[in-house]
Structures are given as C-alpha cells and as structure tokens.
Design a protein around this ligand. Structure first.
Ligand code: SME
Length: 162
C-alpha cells in the first residue's frame, strides 16, 4: 500500500523527470537521467534499466542499455524469454508482485521480489522497455505504474524525433 510519503516522492520524481526532459540534449541523456532519478528517488526501486531492441538482430533481442543497480547477467534477452520478453512481445505493461511465483522470471538478483516492465513505443511499435526491480514484494502500485509508463512514453516520443 502506498503512503502519503510515497506519493510525495513520486510527485518529486515526476517534476525532476519533466525538467530533465526539457533540459536533456538527446534520448541517451534522457534515458540515463531517468534511471538515475528513479533509482535515487524511489526507495523501493532497487534496479532500474532500459532494454532496447537491437535493430539488426533477427530474431529480435532486447539489449541492456542505461541502468542503475547491480550488474545483471541478463544483458541480452530474446523476446520469448523472461518478464522482459513478455512485455516486449505483448506490448503491454507487466507487473509481477511475487517473482518467485512466475515461471517466466529470469533472476537478476536473489533479492528481487517484484518487478514492473513497461514497453517503449516508437511510431506504434515496441522499440524497447523500462524495467524496474524491487527487493520488496508488491512494490508497484497504480502510481508507480503511472510514473514508469510516463518515463517510457517520453523516451518513445523523443526517439520519434531523432
Ligand atoms: N527479470 C527480468 C530480467 C532482467 S533483470 O531483472 C535486470 C526478466 O525476467 O525478464
């Protein structure tokens, strides 16, 4: 359950991200800044990272981009694997309250208990995704989903302008 303090933190993070979006020079800087703000500001976001679909690979594969948190063994994820593959192939946000109960889950850290993955769309097609892991079960409520989706959306819009 989210507290008033959680809501305030999300509002602060959103303000910083809006500012970052106007000040950053390109998508790369925007993505780096989003991972930094979400990881530093949101206390339960223990790993935050982008995976982008490698344009040259066939079948398509998600490649780790900017991230904050411990290094993950999963730097390249095919679209038919993991929660990451599920979000990219369905084009839908996936929220997992208890990763131990999901057979698709690819472990990044033994401490991870819950995860949210949000696709990044560019001209209506999935181009990548924003993945957040938490050491706390059920860490991603409605407001969390909203801010992570907002971040994925501004990255998609920026990529459309490049
Ligand atoms: N847990 C993800 C893999 C990426 S790590 O969490 C960073 C998955 O199941 O696809």
């Amino acid at each position: 359950m989210s507290t008033v303090a959680d809501t305030l933190r999300i509002e602060e993070a959103r303000k910083e991200i809006v500012q970052l979006n106007s000040n950053s020079r390109g998508t790369d800087q925007l993505m780096e800044g989003i991972t930094r703000i979400l990881h530093d500001k949101m206390l339960k976001y223990n790993w935050v990272g982008f995976y982008m679909i490698e344009p040259a690979s066939n079948p398509p594969v998600l490649v780790l981009g900017h991230f904050r948190g411990a290094m993950t063994p999963h730097t390249r994820i095919p679209l038919n694997q993991g929660i990451c593959g599920a979000a990219a192939s369905s084009g839908k946000t996936v929220v997992i309250d208890d990763v131990t109960g999901d057979p698709r889950y690819l472990a990044c850290s033994l401490e991870t208990k819950s995860e949210i993955v949000v696709p990044v769309f560019v001209r209506g097609k999935v181009a990548g995704e924003l993945d957040v892991d938490s050491h706390f079960p059920s860490a991603f409520g409605f407001e969390d989903r909203e801010i992570v989706e907002f971040c994925a959306q501004i990255v998609g819009r920026r990529l459309e302008q490049e």
